[in-house]
Design a protein around this ligand. Structure first.
Ligand code: DC
Length: 227
């Protein structure tokens, strides 16, 4: 069973995807973390977010994913870089890096490989990202496209920063995610958009429990159809 959850920043994808995987005994694959790890490799290699930078970074890139219990960790050259992925520096670089064709081609290949492998092992995978239902797994069993009002998304992201000890003004967070969404939506390759067969879900007034239940219900309905 492959479940994809796409949508803009702060729409609730990752918390929901994690919760759904937990409830169903599936594995969670955070595709954004993989793009963030590539951005970190660009940063560490002093490469610019360009085709030339990609030619410099990708040939020696050793990107891996491992699971510690339910927790997904991202490895770069064997080093667990998960704690370094949500910094402001990586946040600023990831969106331009994610527009590069060679980067996306490589990531899609890796995500399919991990997805199939984990589906076989655990019976199901929940992916979250921007193109998981349109490009990575266009034949996914359940596709969700999550949206929420910009103000609500900014508030959630601000809280996330706060929980890590970063105090960022709301207006600044709002601008940051607005800009990021604009870039993710307007890029030429695999732009953020709802797949035609994805279920649109507005989470503005929803709780995390509601969100998890919403997706779990869809997964169960598809499972019952197939029996
Ligand atoms: O979900 P996130 O904030 O960790 O994503 C970081 C960036 O990676 C985001 O700006 C868009 C990009 N991304 C992407 O292009 N495709 C994906 N499947 C996931 C993330």
């Amino acid at each position: 069973m492959i479940v994809t959850i796409d949508g803009p920043a702060g729409s609730g994808k990752s918390t929901t995807a994690r919760g759904v995987a937990d409830r169903l005994g599936f594995v969670y694959l955070d595709t954004g973390a993989m793009y963030r790890a590539v951005a970190l490799a660009f940063r560490r290699g002093g490469a610019s977010p360009s085709e030339r930078g990609a030619a410099q970074v990708l040939p020696s890139l050793e990107l891996g994913v491992k699971y510690v219990g339910d927790d997904m960790r991202v490895l770069l050259g064997g080093e667990d870089v998960t704690p370094h992925l949500r910094t402001a520096e990586v946040g600023a670089l990831v969106s331009p890096v994610a527009t590069l064709r060679p980067v996306r081609e490589r990531m899609v290949k890796e995500q399919r490989r991990i997805g199939w492998e984990q589906e076989e092992r655990h019976g199901g995978v929940v992916l979250d990202g921007r193109d998981t239902g349109t490009v990575v797994f266009p034949d996914a069993d359940v596709k969700i496209y999550m949206v929420a009002d910009l103000d609500e998304r900014a508030r959630r992201r601000q809280q996330e920063y706060e929980s890590r000890g970063d105090s960022v003004p709301l207006a600044e967070v709002r601008e940051e995610i607005k800009e990021r969404d604009q870039r993710d939506r307007s890029r030429d390759i695999a732009p953020l958009r709802r797949a035609d067969d994805a279920i649109a879900y507005d989470t503005t007034d929803e709780t995390i429990e509601d969100q998890v239940q919403f997706v779990v219900d869809r997964v169960k309905a598809v499972g019952e159809e197939g029996t």
